[in-house]
Design a protein. Structure first.
Length: 255
């Protein structure tokens, strides 16, 4: 049980079981911090461009989820949260706002504070609190930094508990081959790394595509990430390692 000035919001997020519960927690958080708006973004696939859900309290007229997701996927504030992973301020007195903030500035998203939390299953979430004011008081900013970080961690834990446990139908070899695809590595490199033939790699990827009903191996790999069976950061590390060992190891096109 959380106590203190923001305990009610955090307890609400921790106990949330539905979008309405999360929205109520967000409204409590924004109100307790003295901000007008909040937005919770769920990031899947380890990439800021993979915004898969958003909960916010903008006026109903702006709640076009597809439009919001498109805006947020390319927004500077979201990209900064993904890269920096520590709280920061945006707006006239901080980081320039992105497309989303510019479009909705008159609705209370002119400036604000963002914090995030990340893990390997629900890839991450970003918590935003914002206001239509041009500046945020220094004392309010410092408190908001700590609070959005704690709220993001609480939100992520709650989302993870709600994630359905989907059994992985793929074999270890199929998963490893998909991981190499995700890393951008060629079939020849994968075969050499696993000590198998390129034909075996192709067969493993074909079976993975069939089991996951994916048209391409990359689509199958992305789905495996979203379901928590593969880790994007592991793939990035594999790509870096392969590039260091053999500059020509890449180019997984054709799978």
């Amino acid at each position: 049980m959380n106590e203190g000035p923001f305990g009610e919001a955090l307890n609400c997020l921790n106990a949330a079981r539905s979008p309405a519960d999360f929205a109520h927690g967000g409204e409590l958080l924004a109100a307790e911090l003295g901000f007008e708006r909040f937005a919770f973004l769920v990031i899947r696939g380890g990439d800021a461009a993979a915004v898969s859900a958003v909960i916010h309290n903008a006026p109903a007229a702006t709640r076009h989820d597809a439009d919001l997701l498109d805006l947020l996927a390319g927004d500077a504030v979201v990209a900064r949260a993904r890269q920096q992973r520590i709280p920061f301020t945006w707006g006239p007195s901080g980081l320039p706002g992105g497309d989303f903030m510019a479009r909705y500035a008159d609705l209370g998203y002119r400036s604000g504070v963002a914090g995030s939390a990340w893990n390997r299953r629900v890839s991450g979430c970003i918590v935003l609190v914002s206001t239509s004011a041009a500046e945020i008081a220094p004392e309010a900013e410092a408190t908001a930094w700590a609070s959005v970080s704690l709220a993001a961690t609480t939100l992520l834990a709650a989302l993870q508990r709600l994630e359905p446990a989907v059994p992985c139908p793929l074999s270890e070899r199929e998963l490893t081959c998909l991981l190499h695809v995700l890393a951008g590595l060629s079939g020849a490199h994968t075969a050499h790394a696993l000590g198998i033939s390129t034909r075996s790699v192709s067969h493993a990827l074909e079976r993975a595509r069939s089991l996951l009903r994916a048209r391409t191996s990359y689509a199958a790999a992305t789905l495996a990430v979203r379901r928590g069976w593969l880790d994007m950061e592991h793939a990035m590390a594999l790509a870096d390692s392969a590039a260091t060992a053999s500059p020509g190891a890449g180019n997984a096109q054709g799978f």
